[in-house]
Design a protein around this ligand. Structure first.
Ligand code: SF4
Length: 567
């Protein structure tokens, strides 16, 4: 009998184009959960791609779930309104560590026991994947029955070869633990040295000691683009197309650039097919990827977009690669704001992070964008980067004033003056990047740096400064750099209703141990059991080059053996 669908679900469904509905009979039932609100999840192309890939299988029915809108509402799926406990699998797609508390909340509100060890054969198997799990699954390991580590295109087919809904929890987990990329935390034992660092991480049986991240050798087999379109996303209702995965530039802070190596680009014919599909549904297409401006056939793709009269938008543009076709499509599409990310203020600091963009290139990009009719700019910078000095912080202000000067001159020529928004973000050293050894800057110092920049740029006309909250960045660092002991902290935070100051005061865990401590060169990290493709020795070499202010060139056109990620 069909269920009555919750009113917030109905409101969402009413706005959607592309909702997939399938019969449950004879199929494996998967509830795919994004542990945040609907509009955040639906803005995430990775989540949408897994929804499509699962439903492309005839033997699977996949429905979506989100953090419920009502404060105490039960967790159910959007398509049928069924409780999560009715499904064979509850699979979390986790992109952001700050969503971990939401993951606990969804499990509780679904009536599913929080810890894997408390679940029995009548409970669904709880799975997780996504970039946060690929970097370091350990802080949520006790809540998850199994992780799939890597890209869905490479993982799903082998998974459904071995998974049998009726086989029972133990048998299924044993099979999954032997799959490439399958990780069952309860099958691994962890011990710690007296100083708190990891001593040992080993399988409790005949399971692989290292989990090798699985990636798709050919991303064109199933191009990632929006499955469902809705205006209720963080950026309107564009049809999203993934143009690249990984990034050749090797910015040392960027986890997506490293864990998705080698850089891969979607071939032009497949991009044109996606563009056609998107153009039939909406006039607005968003190109997604860590290296959109590096797409070798970006000019041709822009030409196709112009022909079809669709508007193209880009997550962020590299200041050194603004080709004429791109500028034409931005100008004709009426794009109002372009984002460029200098990331650091001084040339020295940009060498440390391996940004590979000079001040002159940034100024030239500003003039080019404004003179091509884009009135507003968004600038993205980080504070608290390794080796950052007061001069480097002052250089952010100086560079912004220089940008403002060029912005005004070019805007006056066009007779229209827009606005510059500066986005200031606290640097979080992430696992599987060269900065995984680095300490995070103290919260108080980050606040002082933000105040200093705000004081210098606040009075500047047509200039707005937005800064993140360093305390939240601190929590993000704790959740991304932690080990299994952080799971208890998450439970405590949940019991405290999300009150982190109280939680940090009550916990026996010393959070600074995870966040603000520089790690020893030979330290074994909680995430070292994952082989992320890039060699740890290469990451260390890159960290040392960073500390010495030495840049590393981008990936060459042909695969090389430098970092270990290319076959
Ligand atoms: S092996 Fe070479 S080409 Fe391949 S990802 Fe590493 S640096 Fe780039």
């Amino acid at each position: 009998m069909p269920r009555k669908i919750d009113s917030s679900h109905k409101n969402h469904l009413d706005t959607e184009v592309g909702t997939i509905r399938k019969d449950w009979a004879g199929r494996t039932r998967v509830a795919l959960i994004f542990p945040n609100r609907y509009h955040v999840g639906m803005s995430n192309l990775g989540f949408q791609t897994v929804y499509r890939l699962l439903n492309e299988r005839d033997d699977v029915v996949c429905e979506r779930g989100f953090l419920p809108e009502e404060p105490k509402g039960p967790a159910s799926t959007l398509e049928s309104g069924r409780p999560l406990a009715d499904f064979d699998l509850v699979a979390f797609s986790v992109s952001f560590e700050n969503d971990y508390p939401n993951l606990l909340s969804v499990l509780k509100r679904a009536g599913i026991p929080l810890r894997s060890e408390m679940r029995g054969d009548s409970d669904p198997l709880v799975a997780a994947g996504g970039v946060a799990s690929l970097l370091n699954p350990e802080p949520i390991a006790p809540f998850i029955d199994f992780f799939l580590i890597g890209e869905a295109e490479a993982l799903l087919a082998p998974f459904f070869e071995v998974y049998r809904p009726k086989a029972g929890r133990k048998k299924n987990l044993e099979e999954i633990a032997r799959l490439p990329g399958g990780y069952v935390p309860s099958f691994y034992a962890v011990s710690y040295h007296p100083d708190g660092t990891l001593e040992n991480f080993s399988p409790r049986g005949d399971y692989p000691p290292v989990i090798v991240r699985q990636i798709s050798g050919d991303i064109s087999v199933s191009p990632a683009c929006s499955a469902v379109i809705t205006p209720e996303t963080s950026f309107g209702s564009p049809f999203l197309i993934e143009v690249s995965r990984g990034c050749p530039h090797g910015c040392r802070f960027c986890s997506a650039g490293f864990v998705y190596r080698p850089p891969r680009f979607m071939p032009l014919p497949r991009l044109r097919e996606c563009l056609d599909r998107g153009a039939r549904l909406t006039g607005s297409i968003g190109l997604v990827g860590a290296a959109v401006s590096d797409l070798p056939w970006l000019g041709e793709l822009c030409g196709s977009a112009l022909q079809k009269k669709v508007r193209l938008s880009f997550s962020s543009l590299r200041a050194d690669n603004l080709i004429p076709e791109l500028l034409t499509v931005l100008g004709k599409g009426g794009v109002k704001t372009a984002t460029i990310a200098p990331d650091a203020g001084s040339e020295r600091m940009r060498r440390v992070i391996n940004k590979g963009i000079s001040e002159d290139e940034i100024f030239a990009a500003v003039e080019t964008l404004v003179s091509n009719g884009i009135p507003n700019l968004k600038l993205y910078f980080m504070i608290g980067l390794p080796t950052e000095t007061n001069e480097d912080v002052e250089a952010i202000t100086r560079l912004c004033k220089g940008i403002k000067h060029r912005f005004l001159s070019s805007s006056r020529t066009r007779g229209r003056i827009g606005e510059i928004t500066l986005s200031l973000n606290s640097f979080v050293p992430k696992p599987a990047t060269p900065f995984q050894w680095a300490p995070m800057e103290e919260t108080l110092i980050l606040k002082q740096k933000i105040q200093k920049i705000k004081a210098a740029l606040g009075p500047v006309s047509n200039f707005r400064v937005h800064a993140d909250v360093p305390r939240w960045a601190y929590i993000q660092a704790l959740l991304s750099r932690g080990d299994r002991r952080i799971a208890d902290l998450l439970v405590l935070a949940d019991q405290n209703g999300g009150n982190w100051p109280r939680t940090l005061k009550e916990t026996p865990v010393n959070p600074d141990f995870y966040v603000t401590r520089e790690r020893r060169e030979d330290e074994r990290f909680p995430w070292d059991f994952i082989d992320p493709g890039v060699d740890k020795s290469y990451l260390r070499q890159e960290y040392e080059r960073a500390l010495n202010g030495v840049a590393t060139p981008p990936c060459p056109p042909e695969p090389c053996g430098r970092c270990g990620a290319c076959p």
